[in-house]
Design a binder for this molecule. Sequence first.
Ligand code: PLP
Length: 360
Amino acid sequence: MPYLTSSFGNPSSAHAIGAKARAAVDRARSQVAHLLGADEGEVVFTSCGTESDNWAILAALDIDDQRRHIVTTSVEHDAVRRLCEKLEGRRYSVTWLGVDENGSLDLDELRGSLSPETAVVSVMHANNETGVLFPIREIGAIVKENSNALFHVDGVNAAGKVPIDVKGDHVDLYSISGHKFHAPKGVGALYFRAGLELQPRFIGGGQERGRRAGTEAVHQLVGLGAAAEFVEDLTVTELIRRRRDRLESEILDKIPNSRVNGLQPADFRLPNTSAISFENTNGEAIMAALDREGICVSTGSACASGSHSASHVLTAMNIPYSFTMGSIRFSLSRYTTEEDIEKTLSVLPTIVEKLRAIAA
Ligand code: PLP
């Protein structure tokens, strides 16, 4: 709040109020850098995860016009997927790595896809629909050992939920977005490894050391920094995981013909996400019925809700159609209580049973 009221200065102004705003932006940058295991000079602020993802990929492609090959996966968020589709329609080639029915990548397929023409490999850290974690360190090592490509990671859904170590994981570019870890909406950041010469995102004033022009939204950046510091201690995630596991196992026990999508060992799945499908029912209808009970869930990815086609993630995982249409996603946080879990378990079985009766 102070940055919207008393300390409203522009960080580029040389006077005292400007200096206060500059100090706040510097602090936020250092908080975000700490969350990522990066140096302060390697963090650039953006307006959202989509901007970070688009910038990372386009800037990586700009480095060498002769290298026109992109490697990505078939389960990326639209921020990466739709950009790559668009580039594919122009003069770039794209390798879309598939996943198995648990949502895992085949790392030999990744290795085999790399060539001297590969400019960038872009994979997500955590899948936003299933919570499946890709083995970023292993992927990074494969990319670096077998190509000159830059390694971009869409970490939007991972930040604040699992540890991030951009240096240890051989990452060149890493995207995050504030609203996924309790910061305000409309602010994100892009890590870009020191030494990389990337095209600026916007050209104009010299903000962000000339890399992204535009007067900084100081209050947003302060919020992002504060949230980054707030979520850095991950001890609470064990409690979230226990609640998620209980929710999941009791749903499977109580509701026949239900399945968890992307069920992976603990190290390969976010602690807070549960993607569940109920055969022969409809995810939108379940979501609406839960909403009437005060329980907010998503179908597929939140951004895709409202579209009636099966999620591209579940389709890529080869989940049978009779299940994909009845999919919902629970996202827990440190604010999800035991009572919330109880309430969900008490109403969900009847909701699914009634919807199945109507559909039969
Ligand atoms: N990448 C992933 C994995 C996401 O889950 C999201 C959004 O939910 C984005 C990118 C886009 O982030 P934003 O909505 O901040 O642009």
